[in-house]
Write a protein that binds this ligand. Structure first.
Ligand SMILES: Cc1cc2nc3c(=O)[nH]c(=O)nc-3n(C[C@H](O)[C@H](O)[C@H](O)COP(=O)(O)OP(=O)(O)OC[C@H]3O[C@@H](n4cnc5c(N)ncnc54)[C@H](O)[C@@H]3O)c2cc1C
Length: 302
């Protein structure tokens, strides 16, 4: 039986072949996945895992692509998206919440606000899934997922499902030591009691503050580079290197916030990649600072 018919028998309409990834990713760029599959539970993840081992093809996980630059040649092997499952949000105890890895951060925040649960306000305006948020330890000056994590449920493609306690992990600035090549299927978060209307006020304030500073009119992946150590700001270094407004093809360094690279309409991944390379080079030349990408680059050049 061919790989395509095995997958079709198992997943039906939840598998696609040579499927363009661009529509699934925030940047709206990127080539096709050989196989794009939407598993609904750990048994199906296990099936995909066995198949990938048997055929020796790699597995790549995508959330909503709000921190991903997939190159124009696309991704070889199997791409897993959680966007059609792992969507549960359950209150476990009065302040503990179990949440699927495919849940959007915004939905989780809304769920918590409705129930007067505090602790997620830091994530106001941060797009993407909770699983992606854990992988990136997404956060803002107000906090990050590592702060509220109690337990992590992972699917390890070598060894199957496992649970990790917060104490067994390290979460730092846009990094963690917990996930590796595993998939975050769910998290247990510890929140605190709060007042819904006060929490909403705070969330609205944060969203307004972000909208004033960030260029949200065009597709982007948020901050392209991590802030370098010693309290330096990547955005300020890029601005001081004179790069605001610099364009390659359809991609442009934002004139509003220099750490954002925007897709102004018809960018290819290669345009964004060229701007990333140019920015690194100019900042290195001007300030002897090596910028590190926060955006994750996957796939093959076109
Ligand atoms: C306008 C804008 C503003 C942003 N602001 C912020 C901000 O303030 N702070 C911040 O930290 N980030 C910010 N980001 C970046 C981005 O939203 C976060 O990194 C987000 O957590 C990525 O989630 P995602 O589901 O889109 O993951 P993706 O971009 O799809 O994937 C990112 C990485 O996570 C991995 N991954 C995704 N899901 C899983 C999973 N279930 N299990 C294991 N690995 C997984 C992927 O393999 C990939 O390596 C911003 C992005 C945009 C577009």
């Amino acid at each position: 039986m061919s790989i395509n018919s095995s997958f079709e028998n198992k997943f039906g309409p939840r598998v696609r072949f040579k499927e363009p990834l661009a529509p699934l990713l925030a940047y709206g760029v990127g080539g096709p996945a050989d196989v794009l599959v939407f598993p609904k539970d750990e048994e199906e993840l296990s099936w995909v895992s066995n198949y990938s081992k048997e055929l020796q093809v790699p597995i790549t996980i995508i959330g909503t692509g709000t921190n991903l630059l997939v190159l124009d040649g696309g991704i070889r092997g199997i791409v897993i998206s959680l966007s059609q499952a792992f969507q549960n949000i359950d209150r476990v105890e009065s302040t503990q919440v179990r949440c699927g890895g495919g849940v959007s951060k915004g939905s989780l925040l809304e769920w918590a606000l409705d129930r007067g649960l505090a602790g997620l306000e830091f994530s106001a305006g941060v797009p993407g899934t909770v699983g992606g948020g854990i992988f990136m330890n997404a956060g803002t000056k107000y906090g990050c997922y590592g702060d509220i994590l109690k337990e992590l449920r992972l699917f390890d493609f070598e060894h199957g499902p496992r649970t990790l306690l917060r104490e067994e992990t390290h979460f730092g600035y846009r990094e963690q030591t917990a996930v590796g090549k595993s998939l975050v299927t769910s998290v247990l978060l510890e929140l605190t009691p709060g007042d819904t209307s006060l929490l909403r006020q705070e969330v609205n304030r944060i969203i307004k503050e972000r909208a004033e500073k960030q260029p949200l009119d065009y597709p982007s992946c948020g901050s392209t580079f991590k802030n370098p150590p010693q309290g330096l700001s990547a955005g300020r270094l890029i601005e001081r290197a004179g790069l605001k407004g610099t364009a390659v093809g359809g991609a442009e360094i934002s004139t509003k916030h220099a750490n954002f690279i925007l897709n102004k309409g018809n960018a290819r991944a290669s345009d964004i990649l060229s701007l990333i390379a140019l920015t690194k080079e100019k900042v290195r030349e001007s300030f002897e600072v090596e910028l590190e990408c926060e955006v994750i680059i996957l796939g093959e050049a076109g």
